[in-house]
Design a protein around this ligand. Structure first.
Ligand code: ASP
Length: 294
């Protein structure tokens, strides 16, 4: 099968000043994921590596540079799914690891569980030798200022519409295996303990090598109500193309007045994406050619 990778760097009102860093960030992630596919590597490794790169890029709301929660701490969620085995792993509310996507994969591969949160997730990270960090290492000046301003001016959940930047990737490898990966700091100034769609398998992401793969971004509370990613992959199973399924997914999101975006790959290796926000950062590589859209 023809390998392909699509990545997103969030769907929101990306301001002109942040367009270039978003373009560069998604392009770099897609190309790194592609390098793995090109060498015959797996879709799982490719999607994970693409997301890891964006977690390390402070441009995005994932890993370092994420939004702070109401108490001024970065709280991260991530998930990964292997479309061949339908195995999945996820973490929520972690703040002592640099790359939650690596931890999500460890949950998938090294435990009998799918979702670990907070302290338990940190214990697994330590046990497996992941680098542990001080939570303050995830906070950057830009986000600290944003948080201070929100505290001073008050915060409306609607503001999340203009400030969301989760990262995700879907990939298919030369053996026809699909995978999806997703990582986020969630919504700005979120309640302590709030968990969005990202670690909820089927809402944030889904991959099934018999159908395809999808990864969402946007208002998590809306995405969860329509089980967005699984619904999208099911539409692929019913014969919709990647693009038609992506567009139908956004219609589903409208049903709950939600906003966001989705990236999709179907069994033919076609890619699709759609969003109902002002902008969405997307990059994809097919046949070695990278394309960026914002
Ligand atoms: N979906 C994420 C969440 O609600 C946010 C985003 O995609 O930007 O946690």
């Amino acid at each position: 099968m023809r390998p392909a990778i699509v990545v997103h760097g969030g769907a929101w009102a990306i301001p002109d000043s942040l367009v270039e860093p978003h373009k560069e960030g998604v392009k770099k992630a897609a190309l790194n994921g592609w390098e793995i596919l090109k060498e015959g590597g797996s879709a799982l490794d490719s999607a994970m590596e693409a997301v890891r790169i964006m977690e390390d890029d402070p441009t995005f709301d994932a890993g370092i540079g994420s939004f702070l929660n109401e108490e001024g701490r970065v709280d991260l969620d991530a998930s990964i799914m292997d479309g061949d085995t339908l195995e999945a792993g996820a973490v929520a509310s972690v703040y002592r690891v640099r790359n939650p996507i690596k931890l999500a994969r460890l949950v998938m591969e090294k435990t009998e569980h799918i979702l670990l949160i907070g302290e338990g997730a940190h214990r697994l990270a330590k046990k497996m030798g992941l680098e542990m960090i001080d939570p303050s290492e995830l906070i950057i000046e830009r986000e600290y200022r944003r948080w201070k301003e929100m505290k001073e001016k008050g915060y409306s959940p609607k503001r999340a519409f203009v400030e969301d930047s989760t990262v995700g990737a879907v990939a298919v490898d030369s053996k026809g295996k699909f995978a999806a990966a997703l990582s986020t700091g969630g919504t700005p100034n979120k309640m302590v303990g709030r968990v969005g769609d990202v670690p909820i398998i089927g809402s944030g992401l889904y991959a099934d090598s018999l159908k395809g793969a999808a990864a969402s971004t946007g208002h998590g509370e809306s995405i969860m109500r329509v089980i967005l990613a699984k619904s999208t992959v099911d539409m692929l199973g019913f014969g919709l193309s990647a693009q038609a399924a992506a567009e139908a997914a956004i219609d589903l999101l409208r049903r709950v007045d939600g906003y966001g975006g989705i990236i999709v790959i179907d069994r033919k290796g076609n890619i699709g994406y759609a969003y109902n926000t002002p902008r969405m950062a997307v990059a994809y590589v097919i046949d070695g050619e990278v394309k960026v859209s914002i």
